[in-house]
Design a protein around this ligand. Sequence first.
Ligand SMILES: Nc1ncnc2c1ncn2[C@@H]1O[C@H](COP(=O)(O)OP(=O)(O)O)[C@@H](O)[C@H]1O
Ligand SMILES: [Mg+2]
Length: 232
Amino acid sequence: MLHVKNLTVQYSPADPLVLQDISFSLEPAERVALIGANGAGKSTLLLTLIGVIKPQGGAITLGGIPMNQERLRELRQLAGMVFQDPDNQLFMPTLVDDIGFGLRNYGFDEKTIEVRITAILAQLGISHLKNRLSHKLSGGEKRLAALAGVLVMEPSLLLLDEPSAFLDPRSRRTLISILAGLPQTMLVATHDLELARDLCPRTMLLKGGRVFAEGPTQDLLQDHTLLEHAGL
Ligand SMILES: Nc1ncnc2c1ncn2[C@@H]1O[C@H](COP(=O)(O)OP(=O)(O)O)[C@@H](O)[C@H]1O
Ligand SMILES: [Mg+2]
């Protein structure tokens, strides 16, 4: 459902390439972990896949649609990203306003918006937070709220940037079991190798903006020499 071919990204002409010649595909409902040392290019890759960063070269096709400026709005409905810091995602006063924001932006009617919000809050077990102030939620609650805001759009592809960062062990388990029950295709950038093992059958290892290794998560995580070479 996602095809990436020879993707190249540079933040500015004076800077070195941040992503070089990245090629991979995701099958529908597949969950893939994206691992690599700090600065390897994980966040950049996710941001490029939702069209926030414009690549210098290569091609991205999502759900059969080639990524380009004209079709960005369509593509953004197919792919949803949960940012590393939920404070960058939650910006409306209450949770219910936040979660409904994307749907309102896409012109859904109020009835549909209400039905979808109610369903997503129940699915994530956070119905009780509905009218709470976003900035007063705990870290774990914020993470689930940010996820709700993305899932409510019913994306086919879910891009998660360090989903378990800053979570206590209990919130982390809750999040992992929720993610494991979702039908979406997922690409999960993470330093949490245990999360990668529990959630993602396949892993892609980035080093210096290139795909350094790729294969079954079990195999990659057992290869200590490989992980060390990649700075992990
Ligand atoms: N906005 C930016 N402008 C210039 N360089 C950036 C920017 N964001 C990230 N970089 C650089 O791109 C590289 C990859 O960063 P990033 O994608 O954040 O890696 P990761 O998520 O794997 O830690 C790093 O060298 C980083 O310094
Ligand atoms: Mg990152």
